[in-house]
Design a protein around this ligand. Structure first.
Ligand SMILES: [Zn+2]
Ligand SMILES: [Zn+2]
Length: 358
């Protein structure tokens, strides 16, 4: 089968034939019909130490091709979305319903050390290839544990279903679950990539009054207005924003967290959903922290449990509350992955969804 292999940090992807094992007991194989390149795929090898060679990709949707012994949650032919935090179902976070925080997920430290929860099913001519985020969706097929897929209605188009694997739950969940936006809230979202724009849509779903979309790119600010933002602003205008109820930071750099902190009202909430780097430190004035009674929260996977919440996201999409199609510029064959990334990074496109099947 074909896959986009990254042979070293910062290199271009090489789309080539590789070998994939059949699913072992407890695993399933999925023929991937759509996959999206998320910004974190690109920083995994350069900033987070993911070893190479690797097949990356954690946004993906497709059709179950084979089911290993003992898997009864899905069957061959089911349409599924890949889940990059497969919940074990038995640890303390899983049992209290926070399965996106599963204590038995593969941690980023494990990935850095090249440790996998299970042997990679991918290889080329006898050389083992890492499975990025244990999902490796930049390929025609992947093999994952049975709990790393969740069934989705067959009428949801694959490009939309793929985005429901990361950008949608992460962004929408940041607004609904992590920031707990309330009806009438005044909200700003810093960074209008795919996650930030989904946070804009999530704030609208929650009933926010003002939703201010902030991004340096004019094209991204314009797109934000089409998915429900009430106004947009450039980052330099952030200093003029005060007394907001919620600021969602989809960048996660120390400077954007500091701007968000200044822009929220006393008692307001800053939610950081952008992935900061392991060596970055955010400084917050201790007196303000006490006196201004502001809340600052992280947001991992938007606080969304895929097995519980995917039907909610599909329902919102089905009824026009999440216009996810507006975030998809085009689809392209997997062989166009390097061009798709270039278009996304330059701002020419927001999401080019790749279609690995022939
Ligand atoms: Zn667990
Ligand atoms: Zn992602």
């Amino acid at each position: 089968m074909r896959a986009a292999v990254l042979w070293g940090p910062g290199k271009n992807f090489e789309v080539q034939e590789i070998q994939i094992a059949s699913p072992a007991a407890g695993e399933v194989s999925v023929d991937l019909h759509s996959c999206g390149v998320c910004a974190s795929d690109l920083s995994l090898t350069t900033a987070f130490g993911q070893p190479t060679p690797v097949v990356l990709g954690h946004e993906g949707a497709g059709i179950v091709a084979e089911v290993g012994v003992g898997v009864d949650s899905v069957k061959v032919g089911d349409h599924v979305v890949l889940v990059w935090v497969p919940p074990c179902g038995t640890c303390v976070p899983c049992r209290r319903g926070d399965d996106y925080l599963c204590a038995n997920r593969r941690s980023s430290a494990d990935a850095r050390a090249g440790k996998a929860a299970r042997p990679s099913p991918l290889s080329v001519d006898g050389t083992s290839i890492h499975q990025g985020m244990a999902t490796s969706t930049f390929a025609q097929r992947t093999v994952v544990p049975g709990n790393a897929v969740v069934k989705i209605d067959a009428d949801v188009p694959f490009p939309v279903a793929a985005m429901m694997g990361c950008a949608v739950p992460t962004g929408v969940g940041a607004a609904l679950r992590s920031a707990r936006v309330q009806p009438g809230d005044n909200v700003a979202v810093i960074g209008c990539g795919a996650v930030g724009l989904n946070a804009v849509m999530g704030a609208v779903v929650a009933g926010a009054a003002r939703v201010i979309a902030i991004d340096p790119m004019e094209s991204r600010r314009a797109l934000a207005l089409t998915v429900g933002a009430s106004e947009s602003a450039a980052p330099e205008d952030l200093d003029d924003l005060h007394d907001l109820d919620v600021v969602i930071d989809a960048v996660g750099a120390p400077a954007t967290v500091a701007s968000a902190w200044k822009a929220v009202r006393r008692g307001g909430t800053v939610t950081v959903v952008g992935a900061g780097r392991p060596n970055q430190v955010v400084e917050i004035n201790a007196y303000e922290l006490f006196h201004d009674d502001k809340k600052i929260t992280g947001s991992f996977h938007g606080g969304i449990s895929m097995h519980r919440d995917l039907p909610m996201l599909v329902g919102l999409w089905r009824n026009g509350r999440l216009p996810i199609e507006k975030l998809i510029d085009s689809t392209a064959d997997l062989t166009k992955i390097n061009e798709a990334i270039e278009a996304q990074q330059s701002g020419e496109a927001l999401r080019v969804v790749l279609t690995p099947q022939p």
